[in-house]
Design a protein around this ligand. Structure first.
Ligand code: NAD
Length: 258
């Protein structure tokens, strides 16, 4: 499999490169980064995807909302499949990704780790098992350089909770301050902690009277996301145009993610 890697000089780009190298059957055919000066000189580098896209079978993108938009437009122009992991996309960006998926395979995940996919399944089961009166809060921790808050994964978890409980989008409560008063039942608290070098930590608290339950995933190393992104890249090379998620990959016959 030949990859075009967008955001190649970044933390995730370097993690994907390391996992691809160890995989043996994956070649990084071209690296795209708006900072090609960080390349260190190895292989093919470009400041934009369009000019190098023909070199690869699939584009893997971990860059920025603009990088995701540009990669999707370049993939549509060439009919190439896209695996996209950038977070912090606006609703317009997300809509543009959906439109692109009518012409090409687009695999989007706010979190490519298999552990977070399992956390989301476990959360569904827990929400079905406990009374709807139990309060649900999300606490996420990330490194001090993370640009978007709360994390895309925290928002995906909040979305899962909102759907399970039929809550409106306005049910999200981003932190509390001052005379916040008693906690309304129809609320999902989301708390973003930033500091140090945390790769990614998501804790969902379900609190009842006299007891609570914690479901937690900790990513210790970006390799966790990189493995999932490469599995997604393998998945989309044989998929037709459409919108694909971790759920589709986990449900696929033969479980490509294993
Ligand atoms: P980073 O800042 O270390 O790296 C991003 C790289 O992308 C930089 O080298 C930057 O120069 C490059 N870039 C930015 N915009 C670009 C553009 N328009 N064209 C070309 N290159 C561009 O960040 P990171 O920690 O590697 O994270 C990148 C993104 O991936 C973030 O949005 C982050 O939240 C997300 N992320 C997603 C997952 C997941 O599993 N989905 C996991 C970790 C990080």
């Amino acid at each position: 499999m030949r990859l075009v890697l967008v955001g190649a000089a970044g933390r995730m780009g370097r993690a994907v490169e390391a996992v691809a190298l160890a995989a043996g059957d994956v070649e990084i055919a071209a690296r795209v980064d708006e900072r090609p000066d960080l390349s260190g000189g190895n292989g093919v580098w470009s400041a934009e995807a369009a000019s190098v896209l023909a070199r690869g079978d699939v584009v893997v993108e971990f860059s920025s909302p603009r990088g995701a938009r540009e990669a999707a437009a370049a993939c549509v122009a060439r009919g190439a499949a896209l695996v996209s992991g950038s977070t912090g996309l606006s609703s317009e960006d997300e809509a543009a990704m959906r439109t692109a998926s009518r012409k090409i395979a687009v695999f989007r995940a706010s979190n490519f780790s298999l552990g977070v996919a399992a956390l989301r399944i476990a959360l569904q089961a827990a929400l079905e098992a406990v009374p709807a009166t139990w309060d649900v809060e999300i606490v996420e921790r990330h490194h001090r350089l993370k640009k978007d808050s709360p994390s895309g994964t925290a928002l995906a978890l909040a979305d899962d909770i909102g759907k399970a409980r039929s809550l409106p989008g306005s049910a999200l409560r981003h932190g509390r301050q001052g005379a916040a008063g008693p906690r309304p039942a129809a609320e999902v608290g989301v708390h973003a902690v930033r500091g140090g070098s945390w790769v990614g930590d998501h804790l969902v608290l379900l609190a009842g009277e006299g007891e609570w339950l914690e479901l937690r995933h900790v990513a210790q190393d970006r390799a966790a996301f990189a493995h999932g992104a490469l599995a997604a890249a393998r998945f989309v090379t044989t998929a037709g145009p459409g919108w694909y998620t971790m759920e589709d990959m986990l449900r696929a016959p033969g479980r490509a993610a294993r």
